[in-house]
Design a protein around this ligand. Sequence first.
Ligand code: NAD
Ligand code: ZN
Length: 241
Amino acid sequence: MASGIPIGAEDRVFVLTGAGVSAESGIPTFRGAGGVWQGYRFEDVASPHAWRRDPALVWRFYSMRRRAAADKRPNPAHLALADLEKRLGERLFLCTQNVDELHELAGSLRAVHMHGQLFMSRCDSCERPPFEDRRSYDSLDEIPQCECGGRIRPHICWFGEMPFELEPIFAALEKATLFLAVGTSGVVEPAASFVAHATGRVRTCYVGPEKPANAAMFDEIFLGKAGELLPRLFSTASIAR
Ligand code: NAD
Ligand code: ZN
C-alpha cells in the first residue's frame, strides 16, 4: 500500500491533471485511443486550420464528445481532489488539461481549465465571453452565428493555440511547495514542462499506471490508477492542520 503524501500547514500544492484522471469515469484518454477518437485523428479536427477548412466536421467531433461526456460521473480521484480543496482552500491550485466537467461535478470550485471546456462555446471573431453550451451541432446550418457575424466555435484550446490562464498558472507554480501530476503523459506542452519549474525546489510527484515521458523530472512516481491511489495518498492523517 502506498504511503501518503504528507502536507504541512504551510504547504501550497499545485496539482496538474490529465486525461488519465477521467479514464476510470469512462472518458477515453488521448493516448489510450491511439490518438484516434472514434475514427477521428485529433490533429484533423482540433486545430484552427480544421475549423477554417470544415467547421461542420469540427462540430460533429465536439458534438460527439459532448454526447459521450454528458452522462459521465466523477470517480474517486476527482472526489479526493475536491476533498483536498475543502481542506486546503486556496493552498491548493488545481490545473486540469481536461475539458470535461468531472472536477466540478466532484465538487471542485476552482479548477483551472487550461485547455478549455467541452460544454462551453465562444465566437470565433469577437471578444464576447465564452458561454455554457450543451448542444450538438451536426451540420453546417445548425452552427449558430454571433451577433457580429462570426461563427460559434468550441471553447477549446486547439493544436497551435495558446492555453488559457497561463498567468495565474505560472504564479501558482512559483508559490507551490508540492507539485503533483496525475494521469498525464508528459508530452503535451506547455503542461509537460510545469514540473520543470518545480524540480529541485519542491517535492514533485506523479500518479498514474505508467511512467510519463517526463518521468526523470519527478522525485517520486506512484504507479497505479488515480482512482485507487489518490484517496489513499491524501488520507486525512497525512495533512497537517
Ligand atoms: P494523454 O492521453 O496523453 O495521457 C493520459 C495518461 O493517463 C497516460 O499517461 C496514461 O498512462 C494515464 N492513465 C491512464 N489511465 C489512468 C488512470 N486510471 N489513472 C491515472 N492515469 C491514467 O493525456 P494528457 O497528458 O492529458 O494530454 C492529452 C491532451 O488531450 C490534453 O490536452 C487533453 O486536453 C486532451 N484530452 C482531454 C480529455 C478529457 O477532457 N477527459 C480526454 C482525452 C484527451
Ligand atoms: Zn462575435
